[in-house]
Ligand binder design. Structure first.
Ligand code: SF4
Length: 223
C-alpha cells in the first residue's frame, strides 16, 4: 500500500474514511451535484495547464482501467525534467510509496522549481494549503529544490481566471504535520480490521464524506 495526497487529506479528516477508501470503496456514494463540481474542477485544472505557455503532461493510466500508472508517471516526469521542459503538468513523485502529482511544476532556473496547486474555488481555503503542504513534503523528500509553493484559485475574470497566491511559508509549515502523521496513516490504511470512528463534525468538514450512508447503517445496527 502507499499514501497519496488524497489518502493523506482524507485520513486526516477521518481515519475510517481512509480505511474505507482502501478496503470498501464500493460503499461510497458520490452525490450527483458533487460529481458535477468535481468534473468542473477538473476542466478548470485542464485549462490552467497552459497558464505559463507550452507544457507537457504526465498522466498515464494502467491500460483498460481508471487507475493511474504511478510508476510510469514518476519515470516520465524524470524524463521531462532531464529534457529541460519548463512546465510539467501532473508532475509525479514518489518517496517510499508516498505519492503526489503536482498540478503544474514550473522551472524557475536550472533545477529550481515552483509548484502550483490549482483549485476551482473563488478563494484560497486552508485545506488547499494543506494539499500543497503534502506535495511540498514529498518533493522535499525526493530532493527537488522548490523556490515557491502557490495555490491558484478561480478569479472572477473570464479572460484571466488563474490567480496564484504564494503559500510557501504556510505549506512548509504544514509539511511538519505531514511528517508527524503520514507513517501513522500508512499503518492505519494497511489495517486488516475495520477502523472505527465516531460520526460528527468530521463527516462534513472540510469535505462532505461519501460514506455517510454506510456509517449511518452501521450505527443503527449497533444502537
Ligand atoms: S461518514 Fe463520518 S465517520 Fe464515516 S467515514 Fe465518513 S467521516 Fe468517517
Amino acid at each position: 500500500m502507499s499514501i497519496s495526497k488524497t489518502d493523506f487529506m482524507r485520513g486526516m479528516q477521518c481515519p475510517k474514511m481512509l480505511w474505507l477508501d482502501a478496503h470498501k470503496p464500493d460503499m461510497k456514494v458520490i452525490p450527483a451535484d458533487t460529481q458535477r463540481r468535481l468534473d468542473k474542477g477538473n476542466e478548470f485544472g485542464d485549462k490552467a495547464m497552459a497558464m505559463f505557455g507550452p507544457f507537457v503532461e504526465v498522466t498515464e493510466y494502467i491500460p483498460n482501467t481508471k487507475y493511474l500508472d504511478k510508476r510510469k508517471m514518476v519515470l516520465k516526469t524524470k524524463r521531462f525534467m532531464d529534457a529541460g521542459e519548463e512546465n510539467i503538468c501532473e508532475a509525479s513523485f514518489d518517496h517510499n510509496g508516498f505519492f503526489c502529482a503536482v498540478d503544474i511544476l514550473h522551472r524557475v532556473d536550472g533545477n529550481v522549481w515552483e509548484m502550483y496547486e490549482v483549485k476551482d474555488s473563488p478563494e484560497v481555503k486552508p485545506q488547499f494549503i494543506a494539499d500543497a503542504g503534502y506535495q511540498a513534503w514529498v518533493l522535499d523528500k525526493c530532493g527537488i529544490e522548490l523556490d515557491g509553493v502557490f495555490v491558484v484559485y478561480h478569479y472572477d475574470d473570464e479572460d484571466d481566471p488563474f490567480e496564484p497566491v504564494d503559500v510557501t511559508e504556510e505549506a512548509i509549515e504544514f509539511a511538519h504535520t505531514v511528517d508527524e502523521n503520514i507513517y501513522r496513516l500508512d499503518e492505519l490504511k494497511k489495517s486488516k480490521a475495520e477502523v472505527m470512528a465516531e460520526m460528527g463534525e468530521r463527516c462534513s468538514a472540510p469535505y462532505e464524506c461519501w460514506y455517510c450512508d454506510y456509517c449511518n447503517k452501521l450505527r443503527e445496527k449497533t444502537e
